[in-house]
Design a protein around this ligand. Structure first.
Ligand SMILES: *[C@@H]1O[C@H](CO)[C@@H](O)[C@H](O)[C@H]1NC(C)=O
Length: 224
């Protein structure tokens, strides 16, 4: 009984950790942002994020404060209803780098007072699928109606790791085909159960034998 409970516990633990990656790893993400609407290809260093363990999801974020000049640039992007664009360069332990990009309305960044969330989606092998910058600020349709005053020069970024769930795929079609083939074969009389008596009925015999043993062991006096 004890080992049965252990097995159930083991299976439950396995299914609970299954949505995480098997071999944990660290990644480093460097953020660069484009603030200049006149020079949209210039990306400026913004932050360095270290994630020591993808499974634990804890991160260490080191960010640059915005200069007054940067704030003016974001405001002018917002006035034009433009996008605040960001490049995220992911570095893996083997030194390989991959670049992702994400964008958000400049006025959303301002209305959220530089509070933002960086979503990092990873697949089952620990590789990044996508990086998305979102804000939980007020959803503004018309940026020009907004007052763009900022009370801070400091980003406050929450880093969220999203593990991709790999759901088991049921192969229903081939299972139904198999059942159909077996049924047709039975109807044609092709399937003959030509196993021996014990091979056919062991599932009935074995419990009876065990039961006899158990009751014999429980009442040794009766056999004397
Ligand atoms: C970012 O952090 C990593 C790990 O701490 C470090 O190796 C890297 O040089 C840093 N990059 C920058 C631009 O500061």
């Amino acid at each position: 009984m004890g080992s049965y409970i252990n097995l159930v516990f083991l299976l439950a633990t396995f299914s609970a950790v299954h949505s995480y990656i098997e071999y944990d790893a660290w990644i480093n993400v460097e953020l660069h942002h484009a603030l200049d609407s006149d020079d949209p290809d210039i990306f400026k260093y913004r932050a360095n994020i270290t994630i020591p363990s993808l499974n634990s999801g804890l991160s260490n974020v080191v960010q640059e404060d915005l200069s007054n000049e940067d704030v003016e640039k974001i405001k002018s992007l917002a006035v034009k209803n433009g996008f605040y664009r960001m490049k995220a360069i992911v570095e893996y332990p083997n030194g390989v780098k991959r670049t992702f990009s994400t964008a958000n309305k400049a006025c959303s960044i301002l209305s959220a007072q530089l509070n933002d969330e960086l979503w990092i989606a990873i697949d089952g092998s620990g590789f990044v699928n996508a990086i998305t910058l979102s804000t939980s600020g007020v959803d503004i349709n018309e940026c020009s109606l907004f007052d763009f005053s900022l009370s801070t020069r400091q980003y406050n970024t929450e880093v969220l790791i999203k593990h991709t769930e790999l759901a088991p795929v049921a192969d229903t079609a081939s299972f139904i085909q198999k059942i159909e083939r077996e049924r047709e074969a039975r109807e044609r009389g092709e399937v003959k159960d030509n196993r021996g008596f014990f091979a056919k009925y062991w599932i009935y015999i074995v419990p009876v034998v065990i039961l006899l043993f158990v009751s014999g062991a429980a009442n040794p006096d009766q056999q004397k």
